[in-house]
Ligand binder design. Structure first.
Ligand code: ATP
Length: 356
């Protein structure tokens, strides 16, 4: 068996002059859950579509269980379940018919097909909606149907592009628990999302992409620690009286940054790597007459850590190719911009438009 379920090396994808993916490398071991995080347009869908063998890289390699996605798409498609961010449902086709249609396309026949469709509907809790038209489902049930479709051939690897986008909190929790069950069955799951805190809870590792480059690959804790050490610690401070007194005081203090106003005070970032630094700040506040009612260290959340890290990359304090924590990523060697010969072929464009 290949060492990793997913392996990507120096992957590039250009659309004309637009560099959507620029030298991405990462590995995802078998049986792990990896979250893929990045802003709009960061390159997540492009990378995932290449992994799903729906698009070709401009340069570099991507492998699923050791199979190159370009030279062995059939093997790759047998191994993965692909859940795109948008997919079409057919009018006048019920949930059961929709799944049955895809099960036929995958080659299931007779009793085995009916059994598989039934199993998938049970897993995704779609049995009560089996006769409902597939294009008349709520967003949450539509996502269940998409997941069901991706699970029909019981894939080893699930690639899910923003499956929780647009779901209400209840549908989100339900989807998360389905993903947990799949992970506990040993499936490898590669899942993209904008909601970092959600991914942090369920993923073994997080892969951050920014401007087509990987900026961090590690677990949620290593990201938090990496930015904490570099960026100080956050404290919630509340005072009696005018909360603006706190922000004004911070302006004059080296190593103390007022990061967010709150009803009775604010959130401060205190530079330093031990509690003595914070104790010193507290002592100075009291000495200067601030009436402190609350002073406690806050857990840095993933959003804070990610934003800190992007800020440090923008300021040139760290390189995008040398992440602040987790596994080191080899710096990419950029290829020249594609010429007519390296532009995606006509058939590629067909693939692009038919993936959903
Ligand atoms: P989002 O979170 O908004 O889905 P993303 O991280 O998935 O964003 P991609 O969809 O991978 O980002 O897009 C990366 C960049 O490539 C964007 O600038 C996008 O406009 C561009 N892009 C993607 N597909 C194509 C295409 N077929 N032709 C031209 N440009 C494209």
């Amino acid at each position: 068996m290949s060492e990793n379920a997913i392996s990507v090396r120096n992957l590039y994808r250009y659309f004309g002059a637009l560099k959507a993916v620029q030298g991405v490398s990462f590995d995802i071991p078998h049986g792990s859950v990896c979250g893929f995080v990045g802003a709009n347009g960061a390159g997540k869908t492009t990378t995932m579509r290449i992994l799903a063998s729906l698009d070709y890289p401009t340069m570099g390699t991507a492998e699923i269980c050791g199979y190159n996605v370009v030279s062995h798409p059939d093997e790759v498609r047998r191994l993965i379940g692909w859940m795109p961010d948008h997919f079409g449902n057919y009018e006048h086709m019920t949930v059961a018919e929709y799944l049955d249609f895809y099960a036929r396309a995958l080659g299931y026949k007779g009793k085995e097909r009916r059994l598989r469709v039934q199993e998938v509907m049970e897993f995704t809790d779609l049995v009560p909606l089996a006769e409902r038209f597939s294009n008349k489902l709520s967003k949450g049930n539509t996502q269940r149907l998409g997941l069901g479709r991706a699970l029909l051939q019981d894939p080893q690897i699930l690639i899910m592009d923003e499956p929780a986008a647009g779901l209400d909190p209840k549908a989100r929790v339900e989807l998360k628990s389905l993903i947990r069950v799949l992970a506990s069955e040993g499936k490898t799951i590669f899942i993209s999302s904008h909601i970092l805190s959600e991914l942090g809870e369920m993923c073994d590792s997080l892969l951050f992409i920014n401007g087509g480059r990987i900026v961090h690959h590690g677990d949620a804790e290593s990201l938090k620690r990496g930015t904490e050490q570099a960026g100080g610690y956050l404290y919630d401070v509340q005072i009696l009286g005018d909360p603006e007194a706190l922000s004004s005081w911070c302006l004059l203090q080296p190593g103390v940054e007022f990061t967010e106003a709150r009803k009775y005070g604010g959130r401060l970032n205190i530079q330093g790597d031990n509690v003595e630094d914070a104790a010193d700040v507290l002592r100075r506040m009291i000495k200067d007459g601030l009436q402190i009612t609350e002073f406690h260290r806050e857990e840095r959340n993933l959003e804070d850590a990610f934003i800190d890290m992007l800020g440090r990359i923008e300021r040139g304090e760290v390189s995008a190719a040398a992440p602040t924590g987790g596994r080191a990523i080899r710096p990419p060697v950029p290829p020249p911009l594609p010429t007519a010969a390296t532009e995606p072929a006509e058939e590629d464009k067909t693939l692009n438009s038919s993936s959903n």
